[in-house]
Design a protein around this ligand. Structure first.
Ligand code: AMP
Ligand code: MG
Length: 359
């Protein structure tokens, strides 16, 4: 071997050694640095007449087509809307409402929501009632005519609002209409169900986290790039934010009479009806419910708007938490279940009276 061949050989060994060291450092760095989480967001418009935000979190190392996952999640929500909206003539709910008595063919999703609505009707002692559509329609019609419905009209509408006119044994069985006059409105639960379905799509894709927000009702799961997910609670008296929550793997749903209402003679009436009296439920400006399943959190928020703080001690509400804001702009009162303090990361504004409800 010549001296120049020796020299090249030495350089060859040095090069191999250098590459080995660099590869080692690279591998060590990959193992020791936490991968950066990236939030992919989609903001579809024209969903359920409100705003929509779908977020999926990826760590950049997977080969998952995140944009496609977001599109699938959006489709789930649109599909539930197409089945359950009372504003669409061809939705299953509209067909159900127009049908004469008898067995009505419905999709599994609609049967599930109907069955959960029946459970909620029982759990809330009648405060949550999807059969109260005739009362809602009466208030809508009267408000267009600028008048409060007559007592006799309310009584008549209440007679048509009755669960005994619907037969449903479980989500897998056929639904029967036992009377021509019964009509349903899933406005207090369908949004929550749609959020559950959309979030499941993100979860099933094997991502790191996700959040679905339809009109301020939210379910989140896993990690956000900043740790826990932040959820604001709106001040029902001035449109600002009155508190912030930090949590994950939970649903947060709010019902309030501040952005949806009937107006008659300059007076605002809640869009939530007390099925027991046939009157708008106006005593609770805002209810936020926190719990596992969005459909139930959504329905409980509507139910507690009717029941007020007394509803917090109902036994079936035991697995859910709530923040009820009541009173008026200059005399705000908050009633919240104990565990809510774990999620709150801000105080309510100065002067607000906060009562913790121990169960
Ligand atoms: P939310 O804003 O989630 O509380 O839902 C309110 C919607 O639920 C209303 O716009 C109605 O479509 C429907 N709704 C009103 N009152 C009730 C009630 N007592 N039980 C069930 N659904 C109701
Ligand atoms: Mg609701």
């Amino acid at each position: 071997m010549t001296s120049s061949e020796k020299k090249y050989n030495i350089i060859g060994y040095e090069l191999v050694l250098l590459i080995a060291i660099l590869t080692g450092i690279g591998l060590w760095q990959t193992r020791n640095s936490t991968p950066q989480l990236i939030a992919h967001e989609r903001n579809p418009v024209g969903i359920m007449g409100t705003s929509c935000r779908i977020i999926a979190v990826d760590d950049g190392s997977s080969r998952i087509d995140v944009e496609n996952v977001l599109i699938k999640a959006e489709k789930k929500i649109r599909n539930i809307e197409a089945l359950m909206s009372v504003h669409l003539d061809n939705s299953e709910v509209s067909i159900f409402n127009r049908s004469e008595s008898g067995s009505i063919p419905l999709s599994l999703d609609t049967r599930q929501v109907l069955f959960h609505s029946l459970m909620m009707h029982r759990s809330s002692e009648g405060a949550f009632d999807i059969t109260c559509r005739p009362i809602i329609e009466l208030w809508k019609k009267a408000s267009k005519q600028g008048r409060i419905p007559h007592e006799s009209e309310i009584q008549l509408a209440k007679e048509s609002s009755n669960w005994s006119m619907i037969e449903i044994i479980n989500a897998n069985s056929n639904v029967k209409k036992l009377s021509d006059i019964v009509e349903i409105d899933l406005g207090g639960i369908a949004k929550g169900h749609a959020i559950d379905k959309a979030l499941n799509t993100i979860w099933n894709a094997g991502l790191k986290g996700g959040l679905v927000d339809v009109g301020g009702d939210i379910r989140c799961w896993g990690e956000s790039p900043d740790g826990l997910w932040k959820v604001d609670i709106r001040n029902p008296f001035d449109n600002g934010v009155c508190a912030q929550l930090e949590l994950t793997d939970l649903a947060v749903c709010t019902s309030g009479n501040y952005n949806r209402y009937f107006e008659i003679d300059g007076v605002r009436y809640s869009h939530i009806i007390d099925p027991r009296t046939g009157m708008p439920a106006d005593s609770v400006p805002s209810v936020t419910v926190i719990g596992q399943i969005t459909a139930f959190a959504d329905a409980w928020a509507t139910a507690l708007s009717v029941l007020g703080k007394d509803g917090l001690s109902l036994e079936p509400f035991g697995n859910y938490e709530a923040i009820i804001i009541t009173g008026s702009a200059d005399n705000c009162k908050v009633y919240m279940t104990e565990k809510c303090s774990d999620y709150l990361v801000s105080d309510f504004p100065d002067g607000w009276e906060v009562t913790i409800i121990h169960r």
